[in-house]
Design a binder for this molecule. Structure first.
Ligand code: GP9
Ligand code: MN
Length: 615
């Protein structure tokens, strides 16, 4: 290599472009993704982590000579910018980075378009500055055209690999087992950079495809015995209490627990739900366990008592699997099973997945009269949705199990003036500000639904399972959130606590009611519902347990590996005391860490290997 000079005139333009794209990525990390670091080393990693892949990407140009080479430099730089920009838009919505399966969910991209506009800003145009600058240089003929030299090309590839190895080496010092154990995409991006992260993701995704091929029927045995050890007996008084009744499940869009029993300018945000607490079993420490699959993940958790995927949406990637899902089980006991949701049937691949899960019917947008005057944001307004659903409910044979998915309280939380019953909040986050009136509207729509069911005489014969599907306010709104919660700051501990969503079991005619403290999550819904309907679950493979079981452990694992017990909260590698929120020694959380990892990895193993086909 001694006689190759990489810093020569011939490569000037390439290096300039590499420098600009690297700096741009770094600036975007800081401004767009708001990635912070705890020490100088981390900051250094952040600065250099784009380098290896940027060199490789722009290095493609070295296979060309003359004018072409310089054009290729600009084109590849533009492609790099686009990758960053797509991630940025995605991040603004999901506080997360794109994964391959998400990219192939093009159906969703179409439906997301209304939200996407709200995520773009004028300042995004600044991302083009370096490209414009490079183009001007080129147009003014300031850049020499050169022939390709094979040795140079090889040297650049070698340099890129070398930088990557150094990068990874330092990152491993900062985060041991980064690539093998990480559940957290932000950590990956922080340490190996966006571009390398995408390559890593591609490798992981193809690995999961091969897992099914190599899975064996005996793989499931270990999981069966693990789950049967964790089986919890139902509460004898409640077992079968709802047998033969209609089951109405309300999946409430983006509803988080922090709005319950709170006010804006003295007005209750959820007056109806607040009242409903007094007539229900209400679970105060109930967590959503969804990841990128959002609503669809919560539906998956409910149907299967298994976790969705860590990345992508299981509704897409594993819709061909064999399951032992709740709708299918209920079909076998004489229930009519359905979903009502006024959206395109292909959104989240629901049409395909609902078939797989065993739903007898999906009342999608075509079952509803949706027009401009009864729509807002994502579509049909919740009140109209419930109103029109009454007739659909009546058309079903009884007993039925019907799942309703609301829509109005969806980001970007748009609402017409006539439906705004409380003021917006006043903070630096328009998203959080708008959230409260749309939550208030959803609460009003549910109240209307209950009234209508009562009028129609359909209320008494039903039991209601009502829960929030996932967070509505992402971590991008910490400042505004701390203002609402009257806190100095939102810590990682608080972020976990904010993943609580309301959960009600409402049984008309049942006189007992209570506010339950047991730590729990959406994974517990299936066994809870089954036991209420008098169905045994002892031989089912499920990762949750009946919320009413006297033997139940107070415990919930979130999809990113965080977990919560009565005493502790574990998240992002740190342990907190649950009562105080203070960070405490990690050893306190260690006993449960293994169990949490075990739950997630067994659940993943089942899904990736499609192991229930052997059961
Ligand atoms: C759309 C609705 C919202 O059909 O379920 O999906 P989400 O974006 O919340 O996953
Ligand atoms: Mn949702």
């Amino acid at each position: 290599m001694a006689n190759i000079k990489l810093m020569n005139n011939r490569l000037k333009f390439l290096w300039l472009a590499v420098l600009l794209l690297t700096l741009k990525t770094y600036l975007l990390y800081k401004v767009g993704f708001e990635i912070s670091s705890e020490n100088v080393l981390q900051e250094f990693i952040l600065l250099i982590n784009p380098l290896s892949s940027v060199i490789l990407l722009l290095g493609v140009s070295l296979f060309f000579s003359g004018k072409k080479r310089n054009i290729i430099i600009i084109v590849t730089s533009f492609i790099g910018t686009l990758i960053l920009y797509f991630n940025l838009i995605y991040y603004r919505f999901f506080t997360d980075f794109i994964t391959l399966p998400v990219l192939f969910q093009t159906n969703n991209a179409k439906d997301l378009s209304s939200s996407v506009l709200g995520l773009l800003t004028f300042y995004d145009l600044f991302l083009l500055i370096d490209l414009i600058f490079l183009s001007i240089l080129l147009l003014k003929n300031k850049i020499p055209t050169v022939q390709k030299v094979r040795k140079e090309t090889m040297a650049i590839i070698a340099l890129s690999i070398l930088i990557f190895i150094v990068n990874l080496g330092i990152a491993q010092i900062e985060r041991p087992q980064l690539l093998t154990r990480s559940f957290d995409r932000e950590l990956l991006v922080k340490n190996i950079g966006t571009f390398n992260y995408h390559i890593y993701d591609a490798v992981i995704q193809s690995q999961s495809k091969t897992k099914r091929v190599f899975a064996e029927s005996s793989d499931i045995d270990e999981i069966i015995s693990y789950r049967s050890e964790n089986y919890k007996q139902p509460d004898q008084d409640l077992f079968g209490l709802a047998e033969g009744k209609n089951v109405i499940v309300l999946s409430l869009e983006s509803l988080q627990s922090f709005v319950i029993n709170e006010t804006i300018d003295g007005e209750e945000i959820t007056p109806f739900l607040n009242k409903l607490i007094d007539e229900s079993y209400y679970f105060e420490n109930f967590y959503h366990q969804t990841a990128q699959g959002k609503t669809s993940d919560s539906e998956f958790l409910l149907a299967n008592s298994m976790f969705g995927r860590d990345s992508g949406a299981v509704f897409f990637t594993q819709s061909g699997n064999t399951y032992n899902a709740l709708p299918e089980i209920l079909n076998g006991t004489g229930y009519y099973t359905s979903v009502m949701h006024a959206n395109n049937k292909s959104f989240w691949n629901r049409d395909v997945m609902y078939d797989t899960l065993g739903f007898a019917h999906y009342f999608d947008i075509n079952s509803y009269d949706v027009n401009e005057s009864n729509s807002v944001g994502w579509g049909l307004k919740d009140k109209d949705f419930f109103e029109q659903s009454i007739e659909l409910l009546k058309s079903q044979p009884e007993p039925y199990f019907t799942q309703f998915i609301t829509l109005t309280n969806h980001f970007p939380f748009e609402l017409g003036e006539e439906d705004r019953f409380i003021n917006e909040f006043d903070s630096n986050s328009g998203t959080l500000n708008r959230y409260f009136p749309t939550v208030r509207y959803m609460d009003y729509a549910i109240e209307h639904f209950f009234e209508r069911l009562k009028e129609e005489g359909m209320y008494e014969d039903s039991v209601f399972i009502i829960y929030g599907d996932h967070y509505g306010i992402s971590q991008n709104h910490k400042k505004a959130m701390s203002q609402f919660l009257n806190k100095e700051e939102i810590t990682d501990f608080d972020t976990v606590q904010l993943q609580r969503v309301p959960m009600f079991v409402h049984i008309p005619g049942h006189n007992e009611h209570a506010i339950k403290q047991t730590v729990s999550g959406q994974i517990d819904l299936k066994p809870t519902i089954m036991h209420l309907l008098g169905l045994e679950t002892e031989n089912d493979i499920q990762f949750g347990s009946d919320l009413f079981s006297p033997e139940r452990d107070s415990y919930a694992v979130l999809r990113d590996g965080s977990f919560i017990t009565d005493q502790y909260v574990y998240t992002k590698g740190a342990c907190y005391s649950k009562p105080t929120g203070e960070e405490i020694d990690l050893s306190n959380c260690e006993p449960d860490m293994e169990r949490a990892q075990q739950d997630l990895s067994y659940s993943d193993k089942l899904i990736y290997g499609d192991l229930l086909r052997f059961y």
